[in-house]
Design a protein around this ligand. Structure first.
Ligand SMILES: *[C@@H]1O[C@H](CO)[C@@H](O)[C@H](O)[C@H]1NC(C)=O
Ligand SMILES: *[C@@H]1O[C@H](CO)[C@@H](O)[C@H](O)[C@H]1NC(C)=O
Ligand SMILES: *[C@@H]1O[C@H](CO)[C@@H](O)[C@H](O)[C@H]1NC(C)=O
Ligand SMILES: *[C@@H]1O[C@H](CO)[C@@H](O)[C@H](O)[C@H]1NC(C)=O
Ligand SMILES: *[C@@H]1O[C@H](CO)[C@@H](O)[C@H](O)[C@H]1NC(C)=O
Ligand SMILES: *[C@@H]1O[C@H](CO)[C@@H](O)[C@H](O)[C@H]1NC(C)=O
Ligand SMILES: *[C@@H]1O[C@H](CO)[C@@H](O)[C@H](O)[C@H]1NC(C)=O
Length: 779
């Protein structure tokens, strides 16, 4: 039971493949209902492609709205409607393109425009498949009624139905579906009630392409609120900023009377909603002098949601409140006693929770969510005692991003650990007890072979080659940024050439922090050489243009190679070799570098393969570079990728090398099984949960091995590797082996015969010296 809970933690369930991927319209379905058949067009202001609805529904008739409503300012997609005079229930069936995330935003919009000449506003019901979604009503013929729901799709299509309730003929103007990669929205279906960009100019809206998920933000400028704005960008705070675009956060309001507080209230209609959710977005957009303080507490319906919120310049935070059904939502954002500046609000969304009887409803005995600092959302079942506490009233989901200085305690301007409110203490206790009872059934009998290597200070070799490049040189290296070869959390990667050498140039996204140390760090990293690390050839640091230049790896990353779509298939030996190379690279970072480098973001995307399919770790040192902290063992920013993130690090905020060991364990499982760390399609969505559910049943590993190997592997070795991986992902770091132990153990996973044939070059097993990181202070 307890163990079950621990595994539930791995339900850090959301595949947040880099947000940048979502910048194209992939996964968008945009239908202009009732437009002439087979017509499709590109909307000018958003560049969204709208198509006709001919093949999405087989009923209804296309009509145009009455000419008096067809004014220039009206978006074209409202000019036509499809109406359904026949039948009670008429549906659109839309097939969903396969995407990383199953979370969809579904938006249906309606404008009557007297299309039928009857001058009579209809009223009808909207359904999502078999489930009632909402009633559609109109104030007048020119109002646009919008229904929007965020919903986890459980099949490969979505059916949207209009149901005639004998109050007029149902019709529809547009139907849009978007993919939310950043699936931090609650796991229930939630319907949007309001989405405001505070202090956005009246008459304007923000949507795609500014908002990559095409959420539509409208202005909110109540009386007594003073508009403020900045011309600077508010950086996207990593994974948990809900993809809220900078443009929304750049405008905000404070009270006109600086000694006042901000109140936001909203009338809720009690139409059977099970819960209400408020997402509040804050960002500091004034560069405050050292002697002034903006600090505030946030109350929702009289309950404290969060106190002492104080943000450094251009950082953001999201506060989320979940409240039981009620008729009124009242939010106060009140200055604290310490504050010399009025409180601020940049954006706000209000949702209602919907119970849709979907097949995949959980056996829900209490679900909690905590999003921590730049980290993850935890979601899972917790014992009922705790769940009572969480269910009663507001529950905090906190998301802070890209803001190492942020804290909620009074000593804000010193760097200290963030106090995670509520629940966390209880949670930590639970995890701890769970960890203690975790039975490592196959605790490794690792023969420690720790070499007493005294690490020399000169782990860095002096490289006489040029390392610093100017921006114009970077331009010419990349042929003016001609070819994009990848995108990642830290920025876009371009292909380039320095002489004969192919290079990958990573342009780091503009960020306000870390530049001071960039040069020093980049300098060190250019000197860290190891055959299992992607060589950093040089860097550029000119103004705010920052780039890292790596050797180019022809075979891309391991994630692609393991995916079903890959052309190349990795056989058993190649997989073992890749695992070993990676282990050795990490071991070198931990033990061969001084001070040790904790990678923090070990994942298959960061393991690159050269022309011989040998693995090299990339992006090492990057997170350290951006955290501007000397001490790598304590961190205020939780960095990492969901699915790979060490739960202990997550909860305690203490980082050490064992966090990399955990992530490596996940990588190892992926290498063996060919599955992704988090798979959306399966109930046991996290790879650890999935593997343990199978392996613990009968102890057989055949069921977990990648089917594409077709049984062509050494089963004894494979068993050892799976065992090793499971020890690496032990919930408590003290139970995890060190990287040296892992590398040693992996070496033993090679079949005896293969070890011998090492000399013939089929598999390369490094010498013990190499494993200890000693002889690798090479080149
Ligand atoms: C309805 O669609 C048909 C066929 O695409 C087209 O010929 C007709 O003009 C459309 N009517 C309206 C009112 O748009
Ligand atoms: C309708 O079918 C055409 C051709 O098969 C396709 O290109 C188009 O995307 C489809 N439209 C919708 C809304 O499914
Ligand atoms: C229709 O309703 C909207 C919103 O309530 C209002 O702003 C607008 O003036 C109304 N238009 C007419 C023609 O009554
Ligand atoms: C600002 O608010 C304070 C307290 O609410 C009040 O005493 C003061 O008169 C107000 N100032 C102005 C200019 O309205
Ligand atoms: C917040 O401020 C408002 C107005 O300034 C005040 O009425 C309210 O009591 C305050 N709330 C709390 C919990 O202090
Ligand atoms: C939940 O809150 C209500 C009202 O605030 C209170 O009466 C009730 O005792 C609380 N229940 C628990 C289990 O704390
Ligand atoms: C919030 O700040 C006040 C005053 O600065 C302080 O007394 C209080 O302890 C702080 N609360 C927390 C939870 O840090």
């Amino acid at each position: 039971m307890v163990k079950h809970f621990v595994l539930a933690i791995y339900l850090l369930c959301f595949t947040l493949e880099t947000l940048v991927h979502a910048q194209d319209q992939s996964g968008f379905i945009s239908i202009d209902c009732g437009v002439v058949d087979e017509e499709s067009y590109k909307d000018e202001s958003t560049s969204i492609e709208y198509s006709s609805d001919g093949n999405a529904t087989d009923s209804g008739i296309n009509r145009s709205i009455s000419s008096e409503y067809m004014v220039k300012s009206l978006e074209r997609r409202f000019w036509n409607v499809r109406s359904f005079p026949e039948g009670t229930r008429n549906c659109y069936t839309l097939y969903l393109p396969r995407m990383n995330s199953n979370v969809r935003l579904i938006r249906a919009r309606f404008m009557y425009g007297n299309y039928d000449g009857k001058d009579s506003l209809p009223k009808f019901d909207l359904y999502l498949g078999p489930n009632f979604w909402d009633s559609v009503e109109f104030q007048n013929a020119s109002t646009v009624t919008t229904k929007e729901i965020v919903h986890v799709a459980t099949s490969d299509y979505i059916q949207t139905c209009l149901v005639n309730t004998n109050e007029g003929t149902p019709f529809i103007s547009t139907l849009e579906i978007r993919v939310l990669n950043d699936a931090n929205y609650v796991s229930d279906s939630i319907q949007l009630l309001q989405r405001f960009d505070v202090a956005l100019q009246e008459g304007q809206i923000v949507r795609y392409p500014d908002d990559i998920y095409d959420r539509i933000w409208s202005p909110y400028n109540p009386e007594g609120w003073k508009k403020i704005s900045t011309s600077l960008a508010v950086p996207n705070g990593g994974l948990f900023s809900y993809g809220v675009p900078s443009i929304v956060l750049k405008t905000a309001a404070t009270p006109e009377n600086a000694s006042d507080n901000l109140e936001f209230s909203y009338q809720l209609s009690n139409n059977g909603a099970v819960k209400f959710y408020v997402y509040m977005y804050f960002a500091e957009i004034e560069n405050l002098a050292a002697d002034v303080t903006r600090e505030f507490d946030v109350y929702v319906n009289g309950r404290l949601l969060q106190n002492n919120v104080s943000l450094p310049f251009l950082t953001r935070v999201t506060l989320i409140s979940e409240t039981p059904p009620q008729t009124m939502l009242q939010i106060w954002i009140n200055r604290t006693n310490k504050a010399t500046m009025a409180p601020i609000l940049n954006g706000i969304e209000v949702y209602e929770g919907k119970t849709l009887d979907l097949p995949e409803t959980h056996q829900d005995d209490g679900t909690y969510y905590i999003t921590n600092v730049g980290g993850n959302k935890l979601s899972g079942s917790i014992p009922s005692k705790l769940s009572e506490r969480t269910r009663n009233g507001s529950l905090i989901i906190l998301s802070l991003g890209g803001n190492p200085d942020l804290c909620f305690s009074s000593s804000c301007h010193k760097r200290n650990r963030i106090v995670i409110p509520l629940l966390v203490t209880a949670l930590a206790a639970l995890v701890l007890s769970a960890a203690l009872s975790f039975i490592c059934r196959r605790r490794l009998q690792v023969v420690m072979n720790r070499h007493k290597v005294s690490f020399l200070n000169n782990t860095v070799s002096v490289d006489s080659k040029k390392q610093e490049f100017s921006y114009s040189e970077v331009q010419s290296i990349t042929n003016n940024f001609e070819r994009v070869v990848g995108k990642g959390g830290f920025g876009t990667v371009y292909h380039g050439c320095i002489g004969e050498t192919q290079v990958a140039v990573k342009m780091l996204s503009a960020s306000t922090q870390g530049y001071q140390q960039f040069q020093t760090e980049a300098n060190i990293l250019t000197r860290v050489h190891h055959k299992c690390l992607t060589p950093l050839i040089g860097y550029c640091n000119e103004g705010n243009r920052t780039a890292l230049i790596y050797e180019y790896m022809t075979n891309g990353d391991l994630s692609d190679k393991l995916s079903g779509e890959s052309q190349t298939f990795l056989d058993w030996k190649q997989r073992l070799q890749i695992a070993l190379d990676t282990a050795i690279g990490l071991e070198y970072l931990h033990n061969g570098c001084k001070p040790p480098i904790v990678h923090r973001d070990v994942k298959t995307r960061n393991i690159l393969l050269n022309e011989n399919l040998r693995a090299k770790i990339s992006d090492f040192g990057l997170s350290r570079m951006f955290s501007d902290e000397g001490d790598t063992h304590v961190s205020t920013v939780i960095a990492g990728t969901p699915g790979y993130l060490d739960p202990e690090y997550y909860i305690t905020n203490r980082l050490n090398e064992k966090s990399d060991v955990f992530s490596f364990g996940v990588v190892l499982l992926e290498i063996m099984t060919g599955r992704r760390a988090i798979s959306k399609s399966s109930e046991k969505s996290h790879i650890i949960k999935w593997v343990s559910s199978i392996v613990e049943g009968d102890g057989e590993i055949d069921g977990v091995m990648d089917g594409r190997l077709e049984g062509d592997y050494d089963s004894e070795g494979a068993k050892k590797v799976i065992d090793l991986a499971m020890v690496c992902v032990a919930p408590s770091s003290v139970n995890r082996p060190t990287m040296s132990e892992v590398a040693m153990e992996l070496k033993l996973c090679f079949p005896i015969g293969e070890l011998r044939s090492a000399s013939t070059g089929s598999i390369e097993v490094p010498s013990i010296n190499e494993i200890s990181g000693f002889s690798s202070l090479e080149r």
